[in-house]
Design a binder for this molecule. Structure first.
Ligand SMILES: [Zn+2]
Length: 440
């Protein structure tokens, strides 16, 4: 009878009823704030989608007031528990493969959204509870996917999306190179612009479409099918126009940039973060610190394209292959230089270049580049949240934050590769992966 009443209440007042459920997560070791000393034997108390408290010792159901709701205890006493992971650079609606140039003209927006749903699920199951999507091919599939996850129709990470990349005509974010003119006309992106006025309009168009942030390609890039190098593509005037238009509407801006001059031009124009950063040096590092801008190194993308370039059966075009050989192998050293020079680093993989769900490989590469395991974890939590401007709700396990938790049964502070095998995933207070079962 009680259960029947609860069900009726859940139908009539769904948010009220859900808010009464309490989860108690017993954490053997808790990295509540990665970067600070680990805590031992803690209980994370979760009500609805929020963390209510972090208590010493292991609380039982009798210790909490749940009203009509249920109290669910999760025994992670053998695990290291930390905030849900944040990947600051993904492309959920695509994944590089030999068919991608054909897919670009064959897939419908519906196909794209469903394809993205698979990638979203793989990403969440790898422990990444929040992602920033930085440039989606085609139309509004990424916004549909963001909504589907938010509504609970699809399992996936919390998505912040940029929509189309802002790029010059023929630049890295203009995906029409190599296609017939009449086909290219149909593929035209609302992010492609030339001149300050057109670029302001392109930014505002992304905001109208629902962009959470703005992504631009400040320099050439590796996987565009054109021999245009990796140097600055937008003029300084265009860069300033893009930053001003985005910031005026409360949107952060992140810039894809490889060449030194292009990185520095974007930083001077007021960009909030740089993606890749391949040719940065000591001067550039100083500019990062002065602007308080994040670097998202995406070493995994560099390693991935370098592997493809050396594959005799590679599906890369001639232009892509040449740039992959040039840029790919440099990214690990770039991350090392940046870290040594004190550039703030936020975790990002460029998944969609590499396979979705293998995001945690970036942790190993960051440690190879000289970050301590704790620094690497901090880049995907505390710094990841700050990079998104969401430190008020994400990035630590503290009262008032979103109930996003990840647990691993090996100690990543001893061996960072433990992050490749995540055993427990909770997002918004809901368990998606657990040793007790998929919805434990
Ligand atoms: Zn990317």
């Amino acid at each position: 009878m009680k259960r029947y009443l609860l069900t009726a209440a859940a139908v009539l007042f769904p948010t009220l009823a859900a808010a009464q459920d309490v989860h108690l997560v017993h954490a053997g070791t808790l990295l509540a704030v990665p970067g600070e000393a680990p805590l031992e034997e803690r209980t994370v108390v979760i009500r609805g989608d929020l963390i209510e408290a972090v208590s010493e010792g292991y609380l039982s159901a009798d210790d909490v007031e749940a009203g009509e709701g249920e109290v669910v205890v999760h025994d992670l006493r053998d695990m290291v528990v930390m905030p849900g992971l944040i990947d600051g650079h993904v492309h959920l609606t695509s994944e590089n493969n030999p068919q991608q140039r054909l897919q670009a003209v064959e897939m419908s927006e519906g196909d794209r959204a469903m394809y993205g749903a698979k990638h979203a699920r793989d990403t969440l199951m790898a422990g990444f509870t929040t992602v920033r999507d930085v440039g989606a091919r085609g139309g509004d599939a990424i916004f549909a996917l963001r909504e589907a996850v938010e509504q609970g129709w699809v399992d996936g990470p919390r998505i912040y999306a940029s929509g189309s990349t802002i790029s010059v005509t023929g630049g890295h974010g203009d995906g029409t190179q190599g296609y017939r003119d009449d086909v290219a006309a149909l593929m035209h992106s609302t992010g492609v612009c030339d001149g300050p006025d057109a670029c302001r309009a392109a930014v505002r168009e992304q905001v109208r479409r629902g962009a959470d942030h703005i992504k631009l390609t400040a320099t050439g890039g590796v996987l565009s099918n054109t021999a245009t190098g990796t140097e600055q593509q937008f003029t300084d005037e265009e860069l300033t126009a893009i930053m001003d238009a985005a910031h005026a509407m409360g949107r952060k801006v992140t810039a894809h940039a490889h060449g030194k001059a292009g990185i520095e031009a974007a930083l001077r124009a007021g960009v909030d973060s740089i993606e890749h950063g391949t040719y940065l040096d000591r001067d550039t590092a100083r500019e990062f610190r002065r602007q308080d801008a994040y670097l998202v190194p995406t070493i995994l993308a560099g390693v991935t394209v370098a592997e493809w370039a050396e594959d005799p059966d590679t599906f890369l075009t001639e232009f892509q292959r040449a740039k992959s050989r040039e840029v790919g192998p440099r990214m690990l050293d770039m991350a090392r230089r940046a870290h040594e020079a004190g550039v703030p680093i936020a975790f990002g993989t460029d998944s969609g270049v590499s396979r979705h769900g293998e995001n945690a490989r970036e942790f190993e590469l960051l440690v190879e580049a000289g970050l301590t395991p704790m620094e690497a974890l901090r880049s995907a939590t505390v710094e990841g949240a700050e990079n998104l401007g969401k430190s008020d709700m994400l990035g630590t396990v503290e009262a008032g934050k979103k109930a996003d938790l990840v647990g691993v049964d090996e100690d990543p502070l001893e061996d960072i590769s433990a992050m490749l095998d995540v055993d427990f995933v909770m997002k918004d207070g809901e368990v998606f992966k657990s040793p007790e079962g998929p919805r434990g």
